[in-house]
Design a protein around this ligand. Structure first.
Ligand code: APR
Length: 177
């Protein structure tokens, strides 16, 4: 675990469903009705009421974000965002991934939330190369935090050792340089 920006950004490794923050972000699909990966883990940990609430949201477009309660999770809320599927980089994937982080944090601000945890959006089933995704994630969050002092802390919660290594190397380059 390593901290940056006076502790406002933390890069760490673990299971995001255990994080006791105002909101954890879910790497969802457009239906918002659950899936595998971190989406499956969050729904399993939150319980069936999460899907019940998601059902009323009418889905979510790529790059957009919607908020629900956290139910049985230690987190108060879940911010569901839909990352772009990687198709080689010529379908606006990089901009859409940045939108996921921006819109999720904007939703946190709109709801008066101060602490948010992100998984590595789109870098699992959606195939976005982690080496390209990490600088987008960290750069977008850095810029948002510079303009929004009300967000106190953002955690990047990586799952695999490799993802942690990429995020730490990227954060050292972007946030400590
Ligand atoms: N905590 C933190 N990170 C996790 C966890 C967890 N419990 N489980 C998986 N991850 C990590 C993965 O290792 C990956 O780095 O989350 C990252 C995102 O991977 P996916 O969950 O596969 O998400 P994504 O690539 O955005 O694909 C989304 O997969 O699960 C379906 O319904 C989801 O269709 C959507 C698609």
């Amino acid at each position: 675990m390593r901290e940056y920006m006076n502790g406002r950004i933390v890069v760490t490794q673990g299971d995001i469903t255990t994080f006791q923050v105002d909101a954890i972000v879910n790497a969802a699909n457009k239906s918002l009705l659950g899936g595998g990966g971190v989406d499956g883990a969050i729904h399993r940990a939150a319980g069936l009421e999460l899907k019940e609430e998601c059902r009323k949201l009418g889905g979510c477009e790529t790059g957009e974000a919607k908020i629900t309660k956290g139910y049985r999770l230690p987190a108060k809320h879940v911010i569901h965002t839909v990352g772009p599927v990687w198709h080689g980089g010529d379908r606006d994937e990089e901009r859409l991934l940045a939108e996921c982080y921006k819109n999720s944090l904007q939703l946190a601000v709109d709801n008066g939330l101060k602490t948010v945890a992100f998984p590595s959006i789109s870098t699992g089933a959606y195939g976005f190369p982690i080496e390209k995704a990490a600088p987008i994630a960290i750069g977008t969050v850095k810029e948002f935090l510079e303009n929004h002092p009300e967000i106190e802390k953002v955690y990047f919660v990586t799952f695999s050792d490799r993802d942690l290594e990429v995020y730490l190397r990227t954060a050292d380059r972007i946030l400590s340089g």
